[in-house]
Design a protein around this ligand. Structure first.
Ligand SMILES: Nc1ncnc2c1ncn2[C@@H]1O[C@H](COP(=O)(O)OP(=O)(O)OP(=O)(O)O)[C@@H](O)[C@H]1O
Length: 236
């Protein structure tokens, strides 16, 4: 579904991503892990048109989308939920959700999608008129993900959804991610909570100093102490 070939990305003269290649199949959840500054966010930004790679290409559903502006991606079926979340704080939960359906013209379809996300996340329906800015961190992340779902995406890309949240909110975010798993939504996720992420992801790419250091199934990574210690800073 998503194929990233040999991406090289720099900020000015400083190259921070080197020959990164990734592949994501339909229905998979794939994690991109690695220490701070490894180039994970930069990789996502160049996949989603926020940064232009020096070279390399990105294919989505067989189409070359390298350099396609971010705002066009939902039309193609790709929803990007950036770290900053970009909710409209002064608008209600429901209005934020409806904004997520901007690619859809058919009102009946929008209504159907709203029903779908409310069934998936009843908390949002309970708070449909609440201003997004007054929701808890975990609820805001749930809302950002639900808003992404409103465009019927074929792929959701999540950048550090649990970033800056309290432990209870982190749990709430992973409950949201579990729902995406149950719904078999194809997901690419960058996360710092490595152990929890690997419980949900099928596979992971581990980045180090701008390169893909290794790629394996979550199961193998979780059971490999050397990899856990060496690349992920966890383990005994
Ligand atoms: N706008 C920028 N200008 C210059 N350098 C940048 C910029 N953004 C990121 N970098 C540098 O690029 C490198 C990769 O950063 P990036 O944010 O992609 O890493 P990351 O793996 O997502 O890290 P983190 O987990 O801390 O978010 C880092 O050395 C960072 O300092």
């Amino acid at each position: 579904m998503l194929k990233v070939n040999n991406l090289n990305v720099s900020y000015g003269y400083l190259q921070v991503v080197w020959n990164v290649s990734l592949e994501v199949g339909e229905g998979e959840m794939v994690a991109i892990l690695g220490p701070n500054g490894a180039g994970k966010t930069t990789t996502l930004k160049s996949i989603t048109g926020l940064l232009a790679p020096m070279d390399g290409s990105v294919q989505f559903l067989g189409q070359d989308i390298t350099g396609t502006p971010t705002h066009q991606l939902p039309h193609l079926g790709l929803a990007f939920i950036p770290e900053e979340r970009n909710l409209f704080s002064a608008m209600s939960v429901e209005d934020n959700l409806l904004m997520g359906a901007f690619t859809i013209k058919d009102k009946a379809q929008i209504k159907k999608n709203l029903r779908y996300v409310y069934d998936l996340f009843p908390r949002l329906e309970e708070r449909d008129v609440q201003l997004a800015g007054t929701m808890s961190g975990g609820e805001r992340q749930m809302l950002a993900i639900a808003r992404g779902l409103m465009s019927n995406p074929k792929l959701i890309i999540l950048d550090e959804p649990s970033m800056g949240l309290s432990p209870e909110n982190v749990v709430a975010v992973f409950e949201t991610i579990e729902k995406l798993r149950e719904e078999k939504v194809t997901v690419v996720i960058v996360e710092q909570n490595v152990d929890t992420t690997l419980k949900f992801a099928n596979r992971a790419y581990v980045m180090e100093q701008g390169r893909v250091a290794m790629e394996d199934t979550s199961e193998n990574i979780l059971s490999n102490d050397h990899v856990r210690k060496m690349y992920l800073g966890i383990g005994d």
